[in-house]
Design a protein around this ligand. Structure first.
Ligand code: GLN
Length: 229
């Protein structure tokens, strides 16, 4: 069975804190059902899950206090697409500096929080994302972004800034971006992300050849205001 990019998936957005609304609006614009996940039981019916941007220390605290850590690790291991944006990427990373409690710790990436410094708290850059259909660069929005210091093990760097800084990584069905596609009008990464599943064969086993070639819908959707950060 192959994954497809067609509308009608049930996509969860972890809604403990952060900019889950922006993700929800973009997914709904693509025609998907969206569940704002606040209880562990809600994970069971999802086809995919997004961990949004926000404050990683706060989300990590709420993950622990709401009993989400092991269920989220299990969900990641199951092979359904899981994507962390910014704080969400920090939570997926196995190695993080300056996080005072464990996150989900499932991706082979090492990140450094708030690494771009005060002078460049927020910035935008045109980047190429390996595997993303289409020739147009993606205009990435960075808001107090983490730096991906390195990828190791099963993870691969799939996007870099001009100076070589890694800003996106993939590990099978797991995706991490230090930027926020949900605050742009460009739905391509959301559509592509939903094709990354490996049908329950476990993280790191997704074979791009097996996913549908239907291609994402690149029409624009929600843009504008954001509560990311
Ligand atoms: N700086 C935040 C953190 O370390 C992440 C910012 C964001 O998600 N936009 O948690």
């Amino acid at each position: 069975m192959t994954q497809t990019t067609t509308a009608g998936k049930c996509v969860g957005v972890l809604a403990l804190q952060g900019d889950f609304r922006e993700h929800r609006e973009m997914l709904q614009a693509l025609g998907h059902e969206v569940v704002e996940v606040r209880k562990v039981e809600q994970l069971t019916r999802l086809d995919a899950l997004i961990i949004p941007g926000g404050e990683s220390t706060t989300i990590a605290r709420l993950i622990l206090s709401n009993g989400f850590r092991e269920p989220l690790r299990d969900f990641c291991a199951f092979g359904k697409p899981v994507w962390g944006t910014c704080a969400g990427a920090i939570l997926l990373a196995k190695e993080v500096d300056q996080l005072d409690r464990p996150g989900i710790e499932t991706m082979d990436i090492a990140v450094h929080r708030n690494a771009f410094g005060r002078q460049v708290d927020s910035f935008e850059a045109e980047i190429e994302v390996a595997g993303l259909p289409g020739d147009t660069p993606f205009r990435a929005v960075f808001i107090r972004a983490p730096l991906f210091e390195r990828v190791f093990g099963k993870a691969e760097a799939i996007a870099r800034l001009d100076d070589g800084t890694i800003v996106a990584a993939r590990q099978g069905s797991l995706l991490a971006t230090s930027f926020h596609p949900e605050v742009t009008g460009d739905t391509r990464i959301h559509a592509w992300f939903l094709t990354l599943g490996s049908n329950g064969h476990g993280e790191g086993t997704a074979d791009p050849v097996l996913v549908s070639s239907a291609g994402p819908d690149s029409s624009s959707a929600a843009g504008g205001e954001t509560s990311a950060g």
